[in-house]
Design a protein around this ligand. Structure first.
Ligand code: T46
Length: 145
């Protein structure tokens, strides 16, 4: 999977984004700013915690949402699918974020105990823009090409 440096314009449907930690003997700090080191404006953030390895999350795509996902603690396995390409990635480092654009099917599997995901989102929560079945996603993804 492609990795880009934070600040580069994000044009791929999905990619890893390398974030720069500011660190010293006290620990590390990462800052993310709309339109500065990510190419979309942040309208919402949410976090996922108390996860369980036996449950799969996601299983949907979005027609109008860009997101940056960061495993700030622990790990989980992401499946990403554009309708043409399907890839898997372990998200397990707080300085490597996952950018997911529109029309990407995502699934999250194998959460480690205590895994915490922070998600920065380009839009307010709009349940109607979720694409919730894989067949519908494949059809809509084809129409985007
Ligand atoms: C995504 C992956 C990475 C809200 O009320 N507001 C919100 O902003 C969100 C995101 C969810 N919710 C409610 C809707 C459900 O009742 O929280 C509950 C769990 O949401 P969901 O089942 O969509 O969670 P995941 O982990 O399957 O998916 C979430 C995001 O929804 C999705 O956009 O890309 O995390």
């Amino acid at each position: 999977m492609k990795t880009v440096l934070a600040g580069q314009h994000l044009v791929s449907p999905y990619c890893l984004v390398s974030l720069t930690p500011h660190g010293d003997e006290r620990g590390k700090l990462i800052s993310i700013e709309s339109f500065r080191n990510i190419s979309f404006g942040i309208k919402r953030f949410y976090y996922i915690y108390d996860t369980d390895p036996d449950w799969v999350r996601g299983k949907h795509a979005h027609s109008n949402l860009e997101q940056l996902v960061i495993a700030i603690d622990g790990a989980c396995r992401f499946v990403l699918d554009t309708g043409k390409v399907r890839e898997e990635i372990w998200l397990n480092r707080p300085n490597i974020a996952l950018y997911i654009g529109k029309y990407v099917w995502r699934e999250m599997h194998d959460f480690s105990y205590g895994c915490k995901l922070l998600v920065l989102a380009s839009e307010y929560y709009q349940p109607e823009e979720y694409i919730r079945t894989y067949d519908n996603f494949i059809q809509l993804a084809k129409e985007q090409k």
